[in-house]
Ligand binder design. Structure first.
Ligand SMILES: [Zn+2]
Length: 68
């Protein structure tokens, strides 16, 4: 069984919500430490989260450009 890098606790498969730049992304598969709650993502998922982050940041830029 996998253990947490931070506290050595047990890791279990879960579906979690990830908050990216204030936006909640639901149903994200992750491995979560049952002890400290640290989340671990597979490369594919981490890439997806990165894409969402840059998408949101791009939209933010557009939004602020409109406002000011
Ligand atoms: Zn932990």
């Amino acid at each position: 069984m996998k253990t947490c890098y931070l506290c050595g606790g047990d890791i279990e498969q879960r579906v979690v919500e990830v908050e990216v730049e204030g936006v909640v992304v639901k149903n994200v598969p992750a491995e979560v430490c049952t002890q400290c709650g640290e989340k671990y993502f597979k490369t594919k998922i981490a890439t997806f989260i990165q894409k969402v982050t840059s998408y949101i940041n791009e939209r933010k830029k557009e939004y602020f450009a409109d406002v000011f």
